[in-house]
Design a protein around this ligand. Structure first.
Ligand SMILES: [Zn+2]
Ligand SMILES: [Zn+2]
Length: 118
């Protein structure tokens, strides 16, 4: 039985995030079809509850921007950007600054459920 609260590196299965439920940012823009918020593309994180290894990375870059790599295999798993405040695809809202790239990680089953409920 896989633990559905974990986000893992797609390549090496290293656990990147152990308490997904407390950290997943369910922020959505007004347009539900906005592709920027599709969990097929990105898994956004709440900046208040970031795990230590991500927080350290961001502090290393002095809260500007950078990439997140799996600490185990070095694979790129996400990015962060506290500078530009990039807008979502439809331009209605500003994207959360930290996200995993969905194709690079194994997201919990519940993440897909969130999506299908909407
Ligand atoms: Zn890895
Ligand atoms: Zn949008």
């Amino acid at each position: 039985m896989p633990n559905i609260e974990h986000i893992k590196c797609h390549k090496c299965r290293n656990i990147l995030l152990s308490d997904f439920a407390s950290i997943y940012s369910s922020a959505l823009c007004g347009d539900q079809k906005c592709s920027s918020y599709s969990t097929k593309n990105f898994a956004f994180l709440h900046e208040d509850n970031l795990p230590k290894w991500i927080r350290l990375k961001i502090e290393e870059e002095r809260w500007t921007r950078g990439k997140l790599y799996c600490e185990n295999c070095g694979c790129k798993v996400g990015t962060f950007d506290f500078v530009s405040g990039r807008k979502c695809e439809c331009g209605n809202s500003v994207l959360p600054p930290v996200h995993f790239i969905s194709s690079q990680v194994d997201v919990p089953i519940t993440l897909n459920l969130f999506q299908s409920i909407k």
